[in-house]
Ligand binder design. Structure first.
Ligand code: IDP
Ligand code: MG
Length: 149
């Protein structure tokens, strides 16, 4: 069973879109196993976006993600890393397909609403930045027998 990290970025909270986006994540049947509302400290932002540290947009990216609160969400379910990425849509909302979160709600590359881990390895690394082990919950939902094979 895979797990992945999602961040609802500052623009999502500022635009009051958290509920609509969480609804899209939940209605897939994937299980929320952790969730935190937080203002991301600079050191965690640097660690999270470490792979981009040499890119020209790195400073703007870190400034943006630390500028206002975010919601960090841990999700669990089969193939959730890839599936959540496809639900999010392409990085630049102007390229993202209608029906995707970025395609439906976004217009700007820097304010593209949501982060999702891009591989199982990234997910495992990123989840540790945002959640301690005892902040991720394993639990059953009776409805799962109608969702999971
Ligand atoms: P992803 O969020 O779809 O995984 P990444 O390439 O990992 O995309 O980039 C991380 C974030 O950095 C993007 O979501 C976007 O907000 C921002 N970003 C990516 N490329 C650019 C760019 O060329 N200019 C400005 N911001 C960018
Ligand atoms: Mg990425």
């Amino acid at each position: 069973m895979e797990q992945t990290l999602i961040l609802l970025k500052p623009d999502t909270i500022q635009r009051s879109l958290s509920g609509q986006i969480i609804n899209r994540l939940e209605q897939t049947g994937y299980k929320i196993i952790g969730m935190k509302f937080m203002k991301l400290p600079m050191d965690k932002a640097n660690e999270h976006y470490n792979e981009h540290k040499n890119k020209p947009f790195f400073n703007d990216l870190v400034s943006f993600i630390t500028s206002s609160p975010i919601i960090a969400i841990a999700i669990e379910g089969p193939n959730c890393v890839e599936k959540i990425r496809s639900l999010m849509g392409k990085t630049n909302p102007t390229d993202a397909a209608p029906g995707t979160i970025r395609g439906d709600f976004g217009m700007s590359l820097s304010m593209n609403l949501i982060h999702g881990s891009d591989s199982v390895e990234s997910a495992n690394r990123e989840l540790k930045i945002f959640f301690d082990d005892n902040e991720l919950y394993s639990y059953n939902k009776n409805i799962d027998e109608w969702i999971l094979e």
